[in-house]
Design a binder for this molecule. Structure first.
Ligand SMILES: NC(=O)c1ccc[n+]([C@@H]2O[C@H](COP(=O)([O-])OP(=O)(O)OC[C@H]3O[C@@H](n4cnc5c(N)ncnc54)[C@H](OP(=O)(O)O)[C@@H]3O)[C@@H](O)[C@H]2O)c1
Length: 382
């Protein structure tokens, strides 16, 4: 029985993780859960999965949560205590939190020696070096949940990292893959929230449409599989091949499957083993064509911004990430047009003077600076 702590249980990754747990009650038990502000769903989940402890980030709703679960044997603990990420009897912490809010609990989990099943890519994007150092110190393992990184992780099984020639990171291309620059001028929130293959939270869905998601994944892949490893991004509209590795002998290993996050979540929970999953299989005979094309950096400038941010290093990836989070939220709130997302991030990066990241506080300061700078720019220019 694997004992799990789930951060961000009310989100898309959280709900999929609980689905995997529910299908395998003899293998998994959820001992701790956290959520942001969706008190209704969180109370329901607590009732069903009966964790020992739970935390809600939105302090204005904690009293309501306590009332809703008063008849249950669960302790509602303040988020800042970090108890959900560090509960002693937990084997693996799943992070399905969205955005840079995932960094602190991920670091707490690693510090406590927990294995980390990581969906929250922002953790590695903004603080890759510090996160890896912490994992090394406590001998904790980081197992990626992001489907592309899970594919690479699986393709690397039994292989040596030094034998990788390049990582081939696949991208669906999002809903605007075939849009012209002119068509991109009038994209609405509704258009951008319609991902062709994946059903995900709002922020990552917008990131997929701008291809910032692939940029963040590029940074995530570099931290997970080696900063010196070349990463090629290739658009594969069907999202069947989740990513590949080309080895030094030119042999390519790929991982395929239907776009269903429960597969990489289950793998992260069972690794290095696998278990039988009662999920639909890929039907190769009816699947149709698999297509591949190079990404278009002109129509999707966020991709280059992310690559540049990693190249600059130090605080810059944290700046890129925070500026993106604020700009995406402003787009979702209909404060800025779609095409301004990339432009605003570019301006914030331009205005930033990178500095070294010595500790967690440096990351949090950079994140805060970029949020304020982005908000200021949006206010002045819109
Ligand atoms: N969805 C996918 O298929 C997918 C695939 C690959 C990678 N990822 C990555 O996984 C992460 C989660 O994505 P998602 O699509 O599941 O997002 P989502 O549906 O928006 O869910 C985010 C979760 O984080 C919680 N949360 C938000 N702010 C929080 C805070 N300050 N403290 C604690 N919890 C907080 C939310 O709680 P409330 O809802 O209660 O406010 C929710 O449970 C992202 O980093 C994303 O890039 C997602």
């Amino acid at each position: 029985m694997k004992k799990i702590s789930l951060l961000g249980s009310t989100g898309s990754i959280g709900v999929n993780t609980l689905d995997v747990v529910e299908r395998n009650p003899e293998s998994f038990q959820v001992l701790a859960m956290s959520a942001g502000s969706n008190v209704d769903l969180f109370a329901e989940q607590i009732r069903k999965f009966k964790p020992k402890i739970a935390s809600l980030f939105d302090t204005t709703k904690v009293a309501t949560l306590k009332e809703r679960v008063a008849d249950l044997d669960v302790e509602i603990v303040p988020v800042e205590e970090g108890a959900v990420a560090t509960l002693p009897e937990v084997d693996v912490v799943v992070s399905g939190v969205v955005g840079s809010a995932g960094l602190v609990p991920a670091m707490q989990a690693l510090k406590a020696g927990k294995n980390l099943a990581l969906a929250n890519k922002e953790t590695l994007v903004i603080a890759g070096e510090l996160v890896l150092k912490e994992a090394e110190k406590t001998n904790s393992q980081i197992i990626p949940i992001d489907s592309e990184h899970s594919a690479i992780f699986q393709a690397l099984n039994g292989e040596k990292k030094e034998r990788i020639k390049k990582i081939i990171l696949t991208a669906s291309g999002g809903p605007f893959r075939t849009y012209s620059l002119e068509q991109m001028e009038s994209i609405t929130v509704k258009d951008a929230l319609k991902h062709p293959n994946w059903d995900m939270g709002a922020k990552i869905t917008i990131d997929s449409s701008t291809m910032m998601n692939k940029g963040l994944e590029y940074i995530e892949a570099k931290w997970l599989f080696g900063l010196d490893t070349p990463v090629e991004i290739i658009v594969h509209a069907q999202s069947i091949i989740h990513s590949m590795i080309e080895f030094v002998d030119t042999s390519i290993m790929a991982q395929l499957g239907l776009p269903d996050m429960r597969v990489p979540i289950a793998y992260a929970l069972t690794y290095p083993d696998r278990f039988e999953c009662d999920l639909p299989s890929l039907d190769l005979a009816t699947m149709g064509d698999l297509t591949f094309e190079a990404p278009d950096f002109e129509r999707f400038p966020c991709l280059q911004l992310a690559i540049d941010a990693l190249e600059t290093g130090q605080t810059m990836p944290a700046i890129l990430n925070a500026a993106n989070e604020v700009a995406v939220q402003a787009f979702l709130d209909e404060l800025i047009p779609y095409k301004d997302i990339a432009e605003i991030i570019r301006m914030v990066m331009h205005n930033h003077r990178p500095s070294p990241l010595n500790d967690l506080q440096d990351v949090l300061n950079a994140d805060q600076w970029a949020r304020e700078e982005t908000t200021k720019l949006i206010t002045v220019t819109h």
